[in-house]
Design a protein around this ligand. Sequence first.
Ligand code: AMP
Length: 424
Amino acid sequence: MNILIVGSGGRESAFAWKLAQSPKIKQLYIAPGNAGTSRYGQNIALSVTDFDGIADFVIEHAIHMVVVGPEEPLVKGIHDYFLSRADLRHVPVIGPQQQGAQLEGSKDFSKRFMARHGIPTAASRSFTRDTLSEGLTYLETQQLPIVLKADGLAAGKGVLICTTLDEAQTELKAMLADAKFGAASSTVVIEEYLSGIELSVFVLTDGDTYKVLPAAKDYKRIGEGDTGLNTGGMGSVSPVPFADNEFLDKVEDRIIIPTIEGLKKDGIPYKGFIFIGLMNVNGDPYVIEYNVRMGDPETESVLPRLESDLVDLLQGVAQGNLADRSFTLSSKTAATVVLVSGGYPGPYESGKDISNIESVKGSIVFHAGTTSENGLIKTAGGRVIAVTALEDTLFDALQQATADAGRIYFEGKNFRRDIGFDLL
Ligand code: AMP
């Protein structure tokens, strides 16, 4: 098969690494990819939202399947675009159509979906500019802290946890009246604050049945000890020690099954990954958010644990016979440590030479924000490289990944040395 991966981050590097191992692959392409993905396939200089360009490429190169990494093309309707063209309809796209992608593209939509199908989540109400004054009054009746969420995609920045009423009211006005997050905050979800420990659960579905992939925990803050600004993700581990079988059974019964059945009841076709961000509140799971794709850096911890052929599973999704497929997992633990550019998550430096990658022997190196210039690998993003170690114990995996993260060098490099150590 010829497969095209859409995206350019560490997640897409992990997909490329895994798919390239399949005996079913003839040619793998990554659009646009990065300096690392070219080891597993051919990079194609196309933006992830250039649907016409992607379509031309798919036809010219006889692509048999398109695997979409990030949410933006899904929310913008790449899958619908393929279905709308008679010459592309036969090419399966892994990732939901626009309607299903609303689970991530609109927090209001996802809250209504959960309410309709009895899926446990924080209590909430939505407000718009027209109902701003009701929203301000509603805030007065709520406990603190309180969570404000921009409805639409806001590059991971649209969630505010407010600790005073004054702050919450000021922020609500800024979001609704002053378009703090642009159109994304024209609707705001005000949500009860849940106190617990977070983890991510990944599901693959053909729209009828599903497979539960390994759970992971990610680390979002820039600073050690979970301090400082939020980032795209500084590291992850899989499996998650506190997500034992009893907890994961609750997740399946109370969340995964009602989600898949809810999509069916609502007539929403869905072929792809569902990433469920969960809060474990005293042993009970609550949904914090849905994403309609795999996580980054969780993918870099999850895929190395998958022993089976990922192409086979994705064919099950495409053909609607996922129930007939099976997979096995490594019992080892994966730990991922992300190297970021100086200044990230604020304005960061780019174009720095990266050296010593070849000195990493005990981990897998997944490139994220990298580019290749005249044979030299340079930084080209906030998150630059994800280093994943797979070892018998969590401790060994953490030690190995952290040591290997230290071996790679570029000016301004930063990484957290405490990823996963809270779980030991
Ligand atoms: P989201 O974009 O919905 O994942 O929110 C970003 C982060 O905000 C989450 O990863 C949580 O750490 C936090 N968060 C979101 N909703 C809540 C909530 N209801 N209670 C506590 N923390 C939350």
